[in-house]
Design a protein around this ligand. Sequence first.
Ligand SMILES: *[C@@H]1O[C@H](CO)[C@@H](O)[C@H](O)[C@H]1NC(C)=O
Ligand SMILES: *[C@@H]1O[C@H](CO)[C@@H](O)[C@H](O)[C@H]1NC(C)=O
Ligand SMILES: *[C@@H]1O[C@H](CO)[C@@H](O)[C@H](O)[C@H]1NC(C)=O
Length: 294
Amino acid sequence: MGIGMGNLKAMFLALIALIALNQGLVNANFYKNTVFNWGSKQSSISGNGEDLQLVLDPVTGSGIASKRQFLFGSIEMLIKLVPGNSAGTVTAYYMSSTGSKHDEIDFEFLGNISGQPYIIHTNVYTSGNGSREQQFYVWFDPTADFHNYTIHWNPSQIVWFIDGLPIRVFTNYESMGILYPNQQGMRVYSSLWNADSWATRGGLVKIDWGSAPFIARLGRFRPRACKWSGPSSITQCASNSIANWWTSPIYSKLSYSQMGQMKWVRDNYMIYDYCTDFKRFNWNMPPECSKQTF
Ligand SMILES: *[C@@H]1O[C@H](CO)[C@@H](O)[C@H](O)[C@H]1NC(C)=O
Ligand SMILES: *[C@@H]1O[C@H](CO)[C@@H](O)[C@H](O)[C@H]1NC(C)=O
Ligand SMILES: *[C@@H]1O[C@H](CO)[C@@H](O)[C@H](O)[C@H]1NC(C)=O
């Protein structure tokens, strides 16, 4: 007994449709896939929906949220941060679910006075608990041009990328009782706001409103991710089906050369790591810290 040609063709078409469905929003743009959830008046979308300006003025900041929620995949954004004196401003770009037991994966960009370095702040929350901050300077001027900030998230690990270089990994150690964000769909958010109580030199440097309005530019929003449609997505998005490219073994850990790239970033640009903050944890370090191999 064989499979007829017609059947094969039907299976092939079904597979293509499934891949297209699961890979989701390949032609995503801000118009179609996000809404302003804050300060829409002074902010704007242009360039066929590809470009977004977030604006912070003395009256309000601004922000967007994706219409959809996702569970696993890759979220990609080009960002050109607030130039000049950006002290006290924070541009945030993150994924989050809702509720007191929420999961969250963060990129936050803490501004500075002209010529002084931005801090790139990262964190991950599981079931409402964060406290896993790592911070970096960058090897370029993030206000001079657009750079690619990507969150890659699958059942095995979360990887934060800047221009293709992995800067941080959070590995799934659920088998050791460490929570991992894999049960809740998350929306993608981006916002620009006043955080001068803490952002720049720990809050010492305040916003210079004379430099307002502050403008961050974002582009090429690309969620190539599994669409969340309720709890049934938990197994569907994690399954090893061929349509779920993010579960392919090559994404389950970094390659040898990516490990080298990450080591270079961390050796040269990492300025804070919760895993070496012994005082904060009173020498009782979070269990995942002893697992890090870099
Ligand atoms: C952005 O970086 C991600 C992760 O390395 C990569 O997959 C993607 O192709 C990059 N996008 C652009 C426009 O360079
Ligand atoms: C701002 O510049 C100061 C001085 O160079 C530096 O200590 C600090 O880490 C920089 N970044 C932020 C966000 O405070
Ligand atoms: C929250 O996470 C941190 C970092 O892993 C850990 O040290 C802390 O014990 C956790 N707190 C709770 C209440 O689970």
